[in-house]
Design a binder for this molecule. Structure first.
Ligand code: APR
Length: 233
């Protein structure tokens, strides 16, 4: 069981492994998204300029899969921890699905964006809720300004969202917990090194992440099985 004292501040970094048991494929695991799709074709600004229809086919597929998914015990355990700790918990997810929110988490930082939001690639229209599927022959969405509407996702080569708030919370945390992330994508993969030596650092996941040596504790297995146990009162 993870001991959390009344003065502890907990930073949780969630990855695709947290949603795996909900039926959402990871990126680099067996049958992962990047085994079936080429990043440079579906997840970069260059790809967007080259073939926006292919991009929308890819994210429409991901919207369909995510819309059918339900939160699993890992999501509920994190939502319950937030209830217990309140503002002493900071939940930063790399996932773009909304399963944390469906499980009841209130303060979720989506550093890589949100699948069910879109925005204009030209004007400053704030990201807006968009659950539409844009498969051929559907028209690709346009903004009133004439710009193209794109998925509100942080693509490779783009800067993740809310980094100021994230690093502020990293500087304050006394417990850093990473769950279901392979530790290969920056800047998230370096968060543990950023807090190392000052905070307790715990990894929970199906296999050792690439940055395993940076953690003081490691619990291997399914997040949906380990988290409820580890976070039980
Ligand atoms: N419980 C816990 N961990 C799991 C489970 C599970 N049920 N199933 C798989 N895992 C682990 C895998 O062992 C792997 O280490 O989850 C990790 C998922 O790794 P990735 O697929 O690389 O996903 P992630 O680390 O979240 O990717 C980071 O990369 O592609 C970009 O923007 C995308 O947010 C994503 C980022």
């Amino acid at each position: 069981m993870l001991t959390i004292s009344p003065s502890d501040r907990v930073f949780v970094l969630a990855g695709a492994g947290v949603s795996a048991e909900s039926g959402i494929p990871t990126f680099r695991g067996v049958n992962g998204l990047w085994r079936n799709y080429r990043i440079e074709e579906v997840a970069s600004p260059h790809a967007w300029n080259r073939d926006p229809r292919l991009i929308w086919e890819f994210y429409s597929m991901r919207r369909r899969v995510a819309a059918a998914a339900k939160p699993n015990p890992a999501h509920f355990a994190l939502a319950k921890l937030e209830q217990t700790l309140g503002e002493r918990m900071f939940l930063c997810t790399q996932n773009v699905d909304n399963l944390h929110e469906q499980a009841g988490s209130k303060n979720v930082i989506h550093m890589h964006g949100e699948l069910f939001k879109s925005r204009c690639d030209r004007c400053n229209l704030p990201p807006f809720r968009d659950t539409n599927i844009y498969d051929p022959p559907a028209e690709l969405p346009r903004c009133d300004c004439g710009g193209r509407i794109r998925p509100h996702i942080c693509w490779f080569g783009e800067v993740p969202f809310d980094l100021d708030r994230i690093f502020h919370a990293l500087d304050e945390c006394t417990v850093f917990m990473a769950v279901g992330t392979s530790g290969v994508v920056e800047p998230a993969a370096s968060f543990v090194a950023h807090v190392g030596g000052r905070a307790r650092t715990i990894y929970i996941g199906a296999e050792e992440p690439a940055n395993a040596s940076a953690f003081t504790g490691c619990h291997l297995g399914k997040a949906g099985e380990i988290l409820p146990r580890l976070l039980s009162e």
